[in-house]
Design a protein around this ligand. Structure first.
Ligand code: SF4
Length: 339
């Protein structure tokens, strides 16, 4: 069923239809070895892409694996800002993304020029950016953050300093509520997928499944609205588990619940079902699917590994400044295995 859908989707696309069968798998892995490449897949990728990858995970974990790997080439199956982050952390390696058009509505909601203008309006403010940003925005940033460490990052900043938080307005609102900080300004960016995970639907699904746990995984912007709404008490607090990727897999293996509602992009269900096949995992909303993530098709991956396209470039000075923002985040606290 899934394979048919992929063939239909790619048949009309730029790269033609490719069946993700055993021959495709063998060819991709053979070409990857020939190219001395490691294939990394984000948790929101199509199941076939997750299954063929050498490693799956969230964007930051994958970037770290990329940096530690001996492979000369990184093939990043995710969206463009994630591949850029891998390049920032491994400037000496060749980083490829199977389709450079795989963008991110959240990362695209603020440009480097817009951030420079915002900074000019708030001289002396500290800029905190969610990792879902372009290399250019990271280069203008003081400290990056993930959904799991955003509160700690903001708390590390002296109380009298203004903070500019971008680009995710839901994560920003969550941080503002948790820290009680009035001098935190929030950029009005958002991920289009979060619209599929709204308050009434979250409350209704939780009420209809009183025995189910509710896993919220806000790593990518897609579920930061759920993070915010759960803090507002829209669902019973004892049912809500806000988890990083690694913790979500661990919780899936250890929970006593037989049913789990998952508030995140639907791709995450694949890893959860593999980790705990006996549990009934259900998406809070089946439509919470990222079209950009799904642009990395089996055909696009085959083309990438065969032709060495599309290569991701970040100029050295931008990479150096962006790396500083990521490293400051790591110094403040490990991103908790999260994003
Ligand atoms: S789910 Fe949202 S935040 Fe994540 S890559 Fe897609 S558009 Fe960007």
């Amino acid at each position: 069923m899934v394979a048919t859908a992929i063939v239909e989707r790619t048949a009309s696309g730029v790269y033609g239809g490719v069946e993700p069968d055993a021959a495709w798998r063998d060819e991709v892995l053979r070409l990857a070895e020939e190219r001395d490449a490691v294939i990394l897949a984000h948790n929101y990728q199509l199941p076939e892409i997750q299954d063929i990858a050498h490693h799956t995970g969230d964007s930051l974990a994958l970037s770290r694996i990329a940096a530690q790997s001996d492979a000369r080439t990184i093939i990043f199956c995710g969206v463009h800002f994630m591949a850029e982050t891998a390049k920032i952390l491994s400037p000496e390696k060749t980083v490829l993304i199977p389709d450079e058009r795989a963008g991110c509505s959240l990362a695209d909601s603020i440009t480097g020029a817009q951030l420079r203008e915002w900074k000019a309006q708030h001289p002396g403010a500290v800029v905190v950016s969610y990792v879902n940003t372009t290399a250019e925005v990271k280069a203008e940033t003081d400290i990056c953050c993930t959904s799991s460490n955003a509160v700690d990052v903001v708390r590390s900043i002296p109380a009298d300093r203004e903070v500019l938080f971008c680009p995710d307005q839901f994560l920003g609102a969550h941080v503002k509520r948790e820290t009680g900080r009035e001098n935190l300004h929030i950029w009005a960016g958002e991920c289009h997928v979060h619209a599929g995970i709204n308050g009434p639907e979250l409350a209704e699904r939780a009420a209809a499944n009183p025995d189910a746990d509710l896993f919220i995984h806000p790593e990518c912007g897609c579920a930061t609205s759920a993070l915010y709404l759960s803090g507002e008490g829209i669902v019973p607090a004892e049912k809500v588990k806000i988890l990083s990727t690694g913790d979500m897999i661990t919780a899936a293996r250890s929970t006593n619940a037989r049913k789990v509602l998952v508030a995140t992009e639907v791709g995450m269900l694949h890893q959860l079902r593999k980790a705990a096949p006996e549990i009934d995992f259900r998406a809070v909303n089946d439509r919470a699917s990222c079209t950009y993530m799904k642009m990395i098709t089996p055909a696009a991956l085959l083309r990438c590994v065969r032709d060495g396209l599309d290569e991701v470039h970040v100029d050295l000075e931008t990479a150096r400044r962006a790396r500083g923002a990521v490293q400051r985040m790591i110094e403040i606290g490990q991103p908790g295995g999260g994003e």
